[in-house]
Design a protein around this ligand. Structure first.
Ligand code: ARG
Ligand code: ASP
Length: 726
């Protein structure tokens, strides 16, 4: 018994040490109790109270959710907003015309009146957060199944939203944490007048493009600038030319001191989704079953796209954004699988499951938890064929081709008619007609067909025939499994894939339109597909995933009870989190050590004249040649990017990297190749986030773009004593 206690203590000390280096995405409201001490021991000078406080301006008041999926931060008292180039990309692109190519040339407002409104873009601030678990779970019985529980939780959520104190122009969000064991309510302010202020050319903001994506050492100036506007009372409002820059409760001063290996860093933002507590079986499914399906279908898509994009400049422009989107996740999944292998991730999951089982078996008080892991494994194995098919369907028919958009347009119109009546339907149909160019601007039918036929072939050859919908089976039989012939007919016989015939279709009145749509081959194809998918695949997945959700919640609670020595952080769920670590390099493989920082020198090392990924603007070359770095350089070099052991994920893009005093030192935008498995298996030895050095951002704004007025409105600080030159 004694020996066992000693072993447990040793094991827990060991796992505590592992948790130490940077792992965790913490709730700002809980920093004081869970993290402050550790953060201070790592070099933080401010207190948890300076990070999150609802009674005075604190760091959290400078952290802004940018649109739906990124983070940004306020860096001046006039709400200059800093985020990534790849987060602002859509707005930079939509303002790009042939005369003003902001993607290629960059854009810089020289006065405030030149800042460009971005309809649809929102900036969300968190006013306060509160634990509402008991209110949300009121009346919920432990014995209920997931469906019944969810209905009650939804009902309680709606009720609570009505009574939580807030101002008229504020909103409430309620989110579940620890797989449904805890709930927090957030009072938020959504600003709708957000304007585009500036961005470097792609050759800086996207330097290295897809080749360098997810890779260290990195040399991308991945930033862009926006500004939040408010009404005359400094409150959120729709766009108006009378709006004024919002006066924030707090903004981040920008540090000019730079970073050194070992410095404390924290990243504050809105991480999207992680699944750190999966069992071995669930992780295996991700790595060995689902990722390979996604990767192999995207391999095909990307090869076809690349071939056409290299051959034709117009195609390259048309498909650049789409390619980047498909390639980003594709590359991440490849890295995730590699990383799981090199870190023995599944083995680690196995040991965690075993440790849990052992502790449960050793204590009669835990008897309810005895079969949790086995039951979860059983459900995951049942889910596997359905989940795999779901991925196959999604990648083949929805994610990699544009064809589906034409079907979805009609589907949306049909739903509008049913839900909102004929007048709204007519208005929406008219909108679609007016904007019809948009559907064809980046659509190349021949390329789309080539991809569709290639994916369809793989789908048909690799899918379990029991999961192929009958309509497709019959059709392919008719075409003797000639995938291209089937594809050609599908595209050619539809009125939706051609601008003129689609316009004619959208000009019809409801009855005639409906007849036409229902007889269209493309409509019939997707309608059959979706009917099958909904009834035979998605429903099955949903039922099993409900049961899994129920067990996962119990498993999470049991883990926390059975391993009291471990600090558990909730998986990411797009809510505000703090993660902290240090500036540090890493050792990716035998014989190789990566430094923590890069400089402009590396841009010139990678420079390939005229290349679409590695070209360098003339002006930047000149600044480099003359070492004209102004006040931003250090010891004759221009610092560019750095890495640290902060635990980040998708959604953290655009998050500020903050020093121990609360100043901005960098801008988060990516993770390193060897550590892309961090969403499933964070490994402190090789998981690093990548940040643009704040000084490089200022250098580009001031020296490269000639927009010093923007730097002037920031507060530059020098928290470290000047380092002695070596
Ligand atoms: N990998 C980063 C993230 O997941 C950056 C993506 C944007 N850059 C790119 N080359 N596609 O979003
Ligand atoms: N690049 C990601 C983002 O856009 C960040 C990451 O996945 O590390 O949010």
């Amino acid at each position: 018994m004694k020996l066992r206690t000693i072993i447990v203590i040793i094991v827990s000390l060991f796992s505590y040490r592992i948790v130490f280096c940077g792992e965790g995405m913490w709730l700002p409201i809980l920093l004081k109790s869970l993290n402050e001490k550790e953060m201070k021991s790592m070099g933080m000078k401010i207190s948890a109270d300076d990070i999150y406080n609802i009674n005075k301006g604190s760091l959290k008041d400078a952290i802004v959710q940018f649109g739906g999926g990124c983070t940004s931060e306020i860096i001046s008292n006039q709400s200059l907003l800093l985020t990534n180039h790849h987060c602002g990309y859509g707005y930079i692109q939509s303002n790009t015309t042939l005369e003003h190519n902001y993607l290629r040339d960059g854009f810089w407002a020289q006065v405030r009146s030149e800042e460009i409104p971005c309809p649809g873009l929102t900036a969300t601030l968190i006013v306060s957060m509160e634990d509402v678990t008991s209110k949300i779970l009121q009346g919920v019985d432990k014995s209920w199944d997931e469906n019944k529980r969810r209905n009650k939780v939804d009902e309680n959520t709606e009720k609570l939203k009505l009574v939580l104190p807030k101002l008229k122009d504020q909103d409430v969000l309620i989110r579940s944490f620890y797989n449904g064991n805890q709930y927090f309510a957030f009072i938020i302010e959504v600003f709708k007048d957000v304007r585009f202020v500036g961005a470097p050319p792609e050759s800086i903001g996207k330097f290295g493009s897809d080749t360098d994506n997810w890779v260290w050492p990195r040399h991308t100036g991945d930033f862009s600038l926006f500004r939040i506007y408010a009404n005359k009372d400094n409150r959120p409002a729709e766009y108006s030319k009378d709006n004024k820059p919002y006066t924030p409760k707090h903004f981040l001063p920008v540090s000019m001191s730079g970073v050194e290996t070992g410095d404390f860093t924290m990243v504050f933002g809105f991480p999207g989704r992680t699944t750190e507590y999966l069992t071995e079986e669930a992780s295996r499914q991700q790595i060995e079953v689902l990722n390979p399906v996604r990767i192999s279908l995207r391999d095909k898509t990307l090869k076809i796209l690349d071939k056409h994009m290299r051959a034709d400049e117009r195609t390259k422009i048309q498909y650049a954004a789409k390619y980047a989107g498909i390639a980003n996740a594709w590359k991440k999944w490849i890295g995730e699988n590699l990383g799981m292998k090199t870190t023995n991730g599944l083995e680690k999951k196995h040991r965690a499951d075993e440790e849990f089982k052992k502790r449960v078996n050793a204590n009669p008080a835990y008897s309810d938890y005895k079969n949790l892991v086995q039951d979860l494994d059983f459900l995951y194995r049942r889910l596997e064929p359905f989940a795999k098919s779901r991925e196959f369907y999604a990648e083949t028919f929805n994610r990699n081709i544009d064809l589906v958009n034409f079907y979805q347009l009609q589907k949306r119109l049909m739903d509008t008619y049913e839900g909102r009546g004929e007048a709204t339907f007519n208005a929406k149909k008219n909108d679609a007609l007016i904007n019809i160019e948009g559907y064809f601007k980046n659509f190349n039918s021949a390329i789309d067909q080539e991809i569709f036929a290639a994916l369809l072939e793989q789908f048909h050859k690799e899918m379990n025939p029991a999961f192929v919908f009958n309509y497709l089976k019959d059709e392919l039989k008719k075409y003797n499994n000639n995938y291209m012939a089937f594809t050609k007919d599908l595209y050619a016989s539809s009125s939706m894939t051609n601008k003129d015939s689609l316009a004619a279709m959208l000009s019809l009145d409801y009855k005639a339109w409906m007849d036409k749509v229902k007889a269209d081959k493309l409509w019939i194809f997707y309608d059959e597909l979706n009917y099958y998918l909904a009834n035979d695949i998605t429903k099955m997945c949903g039922d099993l995933e409900d049961q899994i959700a129920d067990l996962k919640r119990k498993h999470m609670a049991a883990l926390m009870e059975v391993m009291p020595e471990k600090k558990f952080y909730p998986d990411a769920n797009s809510t505000l989190r703090v993660t902290y670590g240090k500036v540090e390099g890493y050792h990716p493989r035998d014989g190789v050590q990566y430094l923590a920082q890069t400089t402009l020198d590396g841009v010139m090392e990678k420079y390939i004249p005229g290349d679409y990924e590695f070209d360098v603007p003339k002006k930047l070359q000149l600044l480099y040649k003359n070492k004209d770095y102004g006040i931003y350089g250090e010891d004759g070099k221009m610092p560019l990017a750095f890495i640290g052991s902060n635990h980040t994920t998708g959604g953290n893009s655009g998050s500020p990297a903050i020093d121990g005093q609360g100043n901005l030192i960098g801008l988060n935008f990516d993770r390193v190749w060897e550590g892309t498995m961090s969403d499933i298996n964070y490994d402190p030895s090789i998981c690093r986030n990548i940040m643009v050095d704040a000084r490089y951002i200022l250098f580009i704004i001031d020296k490269f773009a000639g927009a010093p007025w923007l730097v002037k409105e920031m507060q530059l600080v020098y928290p470290k004593k000047k380092k002695s030159k070596k």
